[in-house]
Design a protein around this ligand. Structure first.
Ligand code: SDX
Length: 434
């Protein structure tokens, strides 16, 4: 029996004027019961108003569960802590897409298929030439991801489950290739082919950092850290970018366009763009002695400054991913022999904020983006690529949700309503009478 079933709530009654409307309650496996308001407009002539969908379930999903108060994150029921310790990003991608952990034979077949879809069409490389060299890599990633639909016409029939599956594989396989190509183009280095003899993460690192003049020495510490970061970023229920993928997918748009829309949504500093914004904020604060002034600014309602990497729509406790990344930060920087003064600023900022009533009362804790930037910097990933790294990991969740949505019998085109605040109907006024 689910937690919400224990509430015993099977329906609610809404007193709407002289009418009582009985609304059914739907129960999840875990989490809060949901009042089904589909009949509300017909029964009462009213809609509901919920900006930002803070209290609204947009769909049913079996992929990921978050308990924001307890700081719990499950991928297909498996705690993120166990997956972080025992799994790999590609195995987690399989889990998110298929619902179960793969057998060794299943994983081997999956890895082989992903590995053999990592190349991009040679004509697609020309798309990068159209960008200024200093274009933001998220712009290049969004543009080239959407353009995949111009090349892969054999995966555009969404009625065909095999074509849907292959499109998901292609997106998972090619995202690192496109991401590395965007980086290489921005620094004027030749775009590298993916090497099939390397695993998913080392293949990406090779495409990012290998130079023609000398072989790249792979660093297992870097690869393990990156694999873990991709696991932690892989999925997160109906966050803004995943909801965007679903909304675009609900129109019947192809998966490449749907995921490209997710990339653009992730870019915002309130979402995936926060990891880049955190590092800029830490650099702007500069030294631990300036942390208190930054906290004061973040509390000042007349100052738009916010502590990037703090707060979360769902987590009102420590983001479990931030806990794992925080521990990993010290380990990775130690193993790489990196002494980053920004880490001292981050630790001081975390300490100051977690003691401050403003943050405590609003349950603002460090989120997944607070420490990830420091590790990416230690891995020599350039700041502008931080959100691109988030996109690589989140592609696993985006394609898993897109596949789930396409098979959902309750899936329908997303079309929210509004509270109209404009003019009532009025007649046109000729220009000479205005
Ligand atoms: C991600 O949804 C997901 O799951 C996202 C994500 C994922 O994996 O997909 O987890 C990834 O996007 C993490 C969040 C990264 N963003 C940031 O770190 C940017 C800084 N954080 C804030 O912008 C904010 O906390 C949000 C956007 C994350 C959450 O905003 P909410 O839930 O809409 O909260 P709110 O804006 O209504 O804030 C509530 C109060 C307000 O104060 P009051 O009006 O009550 O006085 O908290 C304050 C806010 O001003 N507040 C902050 C703050 N975040 C919220 N004040 C200072 N610094 C902050 N960071």
């Amino acid at each position: 029996m689910s937690d919400s079933n224990k509430s015993g709530l099977s329906e609610v009654t809404l007193a709407a004027g002289d009418k009582n409307v009985v609304l059914p309650v739907q129960h999840p496996t875990l989490g809060a019961p949901c009042i089904d308001i589909a009949r509300l407009p017909k029964e009462t002539g009213c809609f509901t108003y919920d900006p930002g969908f803070t209290a609204t379930a947009s769909c049913k999903s079996a992929i990921t569960y978050i308990d924001g108060d307890a700081g719990v994150l499950l991928y297909r029921g498996y705690p993120i802590e166990q997956l972080a310790e025992k799994s790999s990003f590609l195995e987690v991608a399989y889990l998110l897409m298929n619902g179960e952990l793969p057998t060794p034979a299943e994983f081997s077949a999956f890895e082989h298929e992903v590995t053999h879809h990592t190349m991009m069409h040679e004509r697609l490389k020309n798309f990068f030439q159209g960008f200024q060299y200093d274009a933001h890599p998220m712009a290049m990633l969004a543009g080239t991801t959407a353009s995949l639909s111009a090349f892969y016409h054999d995966t555009l029939d969404l009625e065909d489950p095999e074509q849907r599956r292959l499109a998901a594989i292609r997106l998972l396989a090619k995202m690192p290739t496109l991401a590395a190509a965007a980086y290489r183009y921005s620094i004027g280095w030749p775009i590298r082919f993916p090497r099939n003899n390397l695993d998913y993460v080392n293949r990406f690192l090779h495409m990012m950092f290998e130079v023609p003049s000398e072989p790249l020495e792979m660093n297992p510490v870097v690869a393990k850290a990156l694999d873990l970061l991709f696991i932690l970023h892989a999925d997160h229920e109906q966050n803004a970018s995943t909801s965007t993928v679903r909304l675009v997918g609900s129109t019947g748009a192809n998966p490449y366009a749907s995921v490209a829309a997710g990339i653009t949504a992730l870019w915002g500093p309130a979402h995936g763009g926060a990891n880049e914004a955190v590092l800029k904020m830490l650099a702007e604060i500069g030294t631990p002695d300036k942390v208190d002034a930054a906290v004061a600014r973040a509390k000042d309602k007349n100052d738009s400054f916010r502590l990037m990497g703090f707060g979360h729509r769902v987590y009102k406790n420590f983001d479990p991913r931030a806990k794992i990344i925080r521990e990993m930060t010290h380990k990775v920087l130690g193993e790489l022999g990196v002494n980053d003064p920004l880490l001292d600023v981050a630790l001081k900022l975390e300490e100051a904020a977690l003691k401050d009533d403003y943050f405590v009362q609003r349950k603002l804790y460090p989120n997944v983006d607070f420490y990830s930037g420091i590790i990416y910097k230690a891995l020599k990933i350039p700041t502008e690529m931080f959100t691109v790294m988030f996109a690589i990991g989140r592609t696993a969740g985006w394609v898993a949700h897109w596949l789930e949505q396409q098979e959902d019998p309750e899936n329908k085109i997303g079309r929210p309503r509004q509270i109209y605040t404009g003019s009532a109907s009025r007649d046109y006024v000729d220009a000479d009478k205005r």
